[in-house]
Every structure is written in C-alpha cells, then in structure tokens.
Design a protein around this ligand. Structure first.
Ligand code: MLT
Length: 441
C-alpha cells in the first residue's frame, strides 16, 4: 500500500521509500508509524524489570536455587482484616442493584477524601480543601504524569540517586538530551546525595523550575528534617520554583519530631505538590490506591507570564485521562483510617521496621557501612571494597542467593551502594542476613 504525498506528514506514517531515495527501504514493514524519539534516549529497561530479567536468567541456570528477594520494595504481608472487611462489604454493595455503582468521581469519593484530610492533615494542623485531593491508582503513575502540566522547557532537578520514574518520565517528555557515559541526561540538574551531605543535598544555586524530593527517601532511606524542608520551601518561594514532594513512605517515620508532610512547613502550599500512597502503608502494591495534593494557591505562568492555577491543569488532566480508582479499593483505603485499620496497619509497619532494624544492625555488626532503615523500609549499604554495585548484585545472587537493588540503578551517585528492602517475612530476612554475612565475612 502506498500513500499520497503529504499524507505521511499528516498521519505520522512514513513511506518505505522516502521521496527521492527510492533505494532506501525500511526492513521492518512497508509503512511505519513515527515514534516518540525521546524514548530512544532511555537507558536499557526500567530498573526493576531489568533485575527481574537477570533473576530469571539466574533461575534458569540454577533451577534449585532458593532465592530471597529484597529487591523491589514490594510488600509481603496480607491485607489487614479491617481493610478486607471493608472491601468485602463494598463487593457486596456492588452485587445489589440499589447499591451498585458505576463510574465514580474522578478525584475520588468524598468518604475517602474526608478520611485522608482528617487522618493525614487536620490531625497535623494542616488545612486542605476536599478539592485539593486527587485520589489515583498509584504514586508511580502520579509522579510520572505530573510533569505533563509543565512547559517542555522547564528546568528539572532530581537528587542522585533517585527513584527512576522522575527522570524517565521527563526524558520521555523530551525535556532532556541524551545520557552521558555515567547515565546522566543532558539538561537535567542532578543534586548528588552522598555520605558527605548526609544524603540530603541542599537547593541548587543554578536556575531550576521543578525539583523532585522524596522523604523518607527511596533509595537511601534517609528522612528530611523540618529544618531541611524549610530550606527547600524558602528556596522554592524565592525562586518561583515548584517542589514535587513524594511522601510515599511517610508512615515509616518513627520519630514524632520529623515531618510527614511538606505542608507542615509554612508557605509550602504555595510551592509544593505532595504525593502519598497506600502501597507500602497498607499493603496496597497489588490493590492500587494513592493520592496527590495540589493546593489551589499553587500558581504557574502562561506564555504571557499571567498566573494559572496548577490545580486547574491537573484537574483537567486527571478528569480527561483517569476515571477514578475503583469503589471497592477506595472503601479499603478508607478503612486504613478507622481505629482498627490504624492499629492493624501500624502493626504491619512495625513488623517491617523490625526487619529493617535487624538488617541494619546485623550488617553493621558484620562490618558493612549501613544507612537508612530507621524511618524507611530501605537499607542503603556500601558495597564491600568499593565493589561496583552491579558486580555486588551478581555476587550476592551467586554466593548468597539474595536479590537486592544495585545503587547505580538509581543514578551515578548510587554507585558502590546497594539497596536492601525490609519487605519480607521475618524468616527470610533472618536467613538473608545469615547468608550475606557468611558470604561476605
Ligand atoms: C521500589 O522498590 O523502589 C518501589 O517499590 C517502586 C515503586 O514504588 O514503584
């Protein structure tokens, strides 16, 4: 099939014989759709599928291996009874004509939004309006999608190491050039989070419009103090910059002095968007529910420099591209805030945090240098003898049959570090500790 000249440009379909080059022919198909070139800049696969691929290869060669997975931060404990009861009741409602529900409100049901406001914000002295909460099916999607409402030319800063979604979604959107040999993309501003700055980089001096902060941090497990967040909020307000604050792990904070929300800092509502998730807090990695807070006073500027509410853009985006999290799931999330739900999910978090303590203390006692694991389910350890982190990944797999996440997968400053997750059964964590310390003593 051939197409009319000019039609190709309109449809984005390229002919197999570009005009004037009759000899050049696509090898794959007679006509091909043009792709988003920016995807070609992305490094290999997304980190966790890449690890899964390597683990599958290992298991193919070693079918009898008994692996312990402390790689991706995926929960292992079953849903709490309070959540299960609420979801079962919701399923029953959906089975009866009178209580059946079809599409729900895109931003989420008021019963969940009210529970969120009361449980996460009013209780901390923060005033959030119902309309400022956007319930979704995950923080990964929200943190990947939020960049859509900003101009392609905004300058984006990320910490290094960093949760890869912030970087990759901006690469896909065409905000960067290619990656250099170290895996850093031209056009992004990297803020190294190192031992020297306690994994808490200060705001940059150079011009930045948008910065992603994550606390408690994935992957380093460090947590932002009130003072640290204040520095960022002041910086953002002075510069007219915007902070995306990813608080997916806030429920793992054990020190009552530490902030759970960036809105605990005065002025943050005029410069920050906050993201929260039920994934790790209530075992929802497979259930899917999260929310994003976009304050109404948060302003961007249009091409004339006139103010535009970011809220209106995100609301437009959310209601165009999303039809709401499921009713059953939202009833489950609401139950997290019930007295029983708080007690049961709190016990689950304590269980994981005990795993984190065991990992942290045992590995420290065996001579590893270990960070994190006190307010986050992640342990950030230095590889022995400055071993490259993918090499340590291979050795850990071969010698201990334990899977972790190489620090280099989170950015060049993660090289010579390794992330272990505390999400597993007690037996597996104890067994992993014993295998790691035996293999590397
Ligand atoms: C992680 O292991 O970093 C997280 O589980 C990934 C995620 O939350 O998407």
């Amino acid at each position: 099939m051939d197409r009319l000249p000019g039609r190709a440009a309109q449809t984005g379909v390229i002919r197999s014989h570009p005009p004037g080059q009759p000899g050049k022919r696509s090898v794959c198909s007679p006509t091909v759709i043009r792709i988003n070139q920016h995807y070609r800049k992305l490094q290999a696969g997304y980190l966790f599928p890449e690890i899964a691929r390597r683990v599958s290869g290992f298991l193919r060669d070693n079918p009898d291996a008994s692996l312990i997975k402390l790689g991706i931060g995926d929960v292992t404990e079953p849903l709490c009874p309070a959540i299960v009861t609420a979801m079962k009741r919701a399923v029953e409602e959906m089975s009866v004509r009178d209580s059946f529900r079809g599409y729900g409100p895109e931003r989420g049901y008021d019963f969940l939004i009210d529970a969120i406001i009361e449980g996460d914000y009013t209780s901390r002295g923060i005033s959030i309006d119902r309309s400022e909460i956007f319930v979704s099916d995950g923080s990964k999607c929200d943190s990947g999608n939020i960049q859509e409402v900003f101009h392609r030319d905004v300058i984006v800063a990320v910490t290094d190491p960093v949760y890869p979604v912030y970087v990759d979604s901006n690469v896909m959107a065409g905000r960067t050039g290619r990656a250099n040999d170290q895996g850093q993309y031209d056009g992004l501003v990297y803020l190294p989070a190192t031992e020297a700055n306690d994994f808490a980089p200060p705001p940059p001096d150079q011009s930045v419009d948008l910065v992603y902060l994550c606390s408690p941090n994935n992957p380093t497990g460090t947590v932002a103090t009130r003072e640290y967040l204040r520095t960022w909020v002041e910086w953002a307000r002075q510069r007219g910059a915007l902070i995306i604050f990813d608080a997916a792990y806030e429920s793992f904070i054990t020190d009552p002095e530490l902030p759970h929300s960036i809105y605990e800092i005065d002025g943050a509502k005029s410069c920050a968007i906050e993201m929260r998730s039920f994934s790790k807090r209530a075992g929802f990695t497979g259930v899917r529910c999260a929310f994003t807070v976009v304050p109404r006073e948060l302003m961007g500027a249009d091409e004339n420099g006139d103010p535009v509410a970011i809220h209106s853009l995100w609301n437009r985006r959310h209601s165009t591209k999303f039809n709401g999290a499921s009713y059953i799931v939202q009833r489950g999330a609401q139950a997290v805030y019930s007295a029983q739900g708080l007690e049961q999910t709190g016990a689950q978090i304590s269980f994981y945090m005990e795993n984190a303590r065991l990992l942290r203390e045992s590995l420290t006692n065996s001579g590893f240098t270990v960070y994190g694991g006190q307010h986050a389910p992640y342990i950030w350890l230095k590889t022995p003898n400055r071993m490259p982190s993918w090499e340590f990944f291979n050795q850990l797999l071969d010698r201990a049959q334990v899977v972790g996440t190489p620090g280099a997968g989170f950015g060049p400053s993660g090289e010579e570090f390794f992330r272990l997750s505390a999400f597993n059964s007690r037996n597996n964590v104890e067994e992993a500790i014993s295998r790691i310390t035996t293999a590397f003593s």
